[in-house]
Design a protein around this ligand. Structure first.
Ligand code: ADP
Ligand code: TRP
Length: 320
């Protein structure tokens, strides 16, 4: 079983990325062959500053390694280190109907959030399909918001195969169970809303983010509804079933203020991520090691991509 997943290096990773995506991806390392890449080409649709992109790309690589990606088990690489992907994306664009892309929500959502309506943003799902199909991936773990893009990849594989024969493998989506992690303002946590709690935040900046979580204005003595509270929703991602029940009863009983719940959440975040922060500091001090992991990963990924491309080029007639 081959798993593949990509993440854009377009900002600091947050708890939504971790619980909605990365945690599940990393658990798969023991269940099959894992390919994890940093989608730097996709990030060009939103980050248009070379120095910044380079820095964020390396940051995400360090984050992944710190969070437990094991280069002995999995392949970690940069999307842009595999030039065959853009070649395949072009070929796939010739079998992709405009209607398929026009139906994609992500494009409209991103434009409505202020991203430039570029051709790259519109054809983003084709590059994503190329990422998936070039490695003949069996399953693609993603958050719910990416589910439609996997359907697009399935459709494109089918259109290609209908014209050229059974060459591309149909990938299955593996949608993460923690579908929507709320941000500090209660909307979906997202860097574009500025409501994130960063995975590697600590000390004062972490405290500031947690204390800033929006709650209702019930008094300390009032009973509170845990299922409508953003603090509780975040706490339950990290706590044991017994701890969740304990906090739930405190909410329902009244007598506990939101400040106390926030302090419990803060302690939980510290307990969950302290080990990763230490690992990250060590990796950040050893850039050479991180770059060598990416280089080795690229060589392995490229060997797989080359095999698929040999079949694709032959089928479409561009390798005489
Ligand atoms: P952002 O919304 O901050 O730009 P991305 O779109 O880069 O995040 O998301 C990267 C991955 O993390 C995706 O697979 C996405 O599904 C997941 N993800 C992001 N935010 C959340 C969230 N609030 N809840 C659950 N999963 C999320
Ligand atoms: N579009 C994905 C996101 O924003 C990132 C991505 C690019 C991806 N290519 C991929 C995810 C291929 C899975 C498979 O989260």
């Amino acid at each position: 079983m081959r798993f593949l997943s990509g993440i854009q290096p377009s900002g600091k990773l947050h708890l939504g990325n971790y619980f909605g995506a990365i945690k599940q991806y990393l658990e798969l390392q023991d269940k099959g062959e894992g390919l994890y890449f940093i989608a730097d080409l996709h990030a060009l649709t939103s980050v248009q500053n070379g120095d910044k992109l380079r820095e964020m790309t390396l940051d995400v690589a360090i984050d992944y390694l710190a969070l437990g990606l094991d280069p002995k088990k999995s392949i970690l690489f940069l999307q842009s280190d595999i030039p065959e992907v853009t070649e395949l994306a072009w070929i796939l664009s010739t079998v992709t109907g405009m209607g398929l892309l026009e139906r994609c929500h992500a494009y409209k959502d991103k434009v409505s959030k202020g991203l430039k309506a570029s051709a790259g943003l519109f054809t983003y799902p084709i590059l994503m399909a190329a990422d998936i199909l070039i490695y003949r991936s069996d399953a693609v773990p993603v958050g719910e918001d990416q589910a439609q893009h996997i359907e697009v990849a399935q459709d494109i594989a089918q259109s290609f195969n209908a014209v050229y024969g059974p060459i591309l493998k149909r990938p299955e989506a593996k949608i993460s169970p923690a579908a929507r992690v709320p941000g500090t303002d209660g909307r979906k946590m997202s860097k574009s809303y500025g409501n994130t709690i960063e995975i590697f935040a600590e000390g004062g900046s972490l405290k500031k983010a947690v204390m800033g979580i929006v709650t209702d204005s019930k008094a300390v003595s009032d009973p509170k509804d845990p299922d409508k509270c953003n603090v509780f929703a975040l706490y339950r991602l990290m706590a044991s079933p017994a701890e969740i029940e304990e906090l739930r009863s405190k909410y329902l009983a009244g007598g506990m203020g939101y400040g106390e719940a926030k302090n419990m959440l803060l302690a939980k975040i510290d307990a969950t991520f302290a080990q990763f922060r230490e690992a990250r500091k060590k990796l950040a001090a050893d850039r050479g090691y991180v770059l060598s992991v990416l280089k080795e990963g690229a060589a392995k990924a490229r060997a797989i991509a080359a095999e698929t491309m040999a079949d694709v080029r032959k089928a479409v007639g561009i390798s005489p």
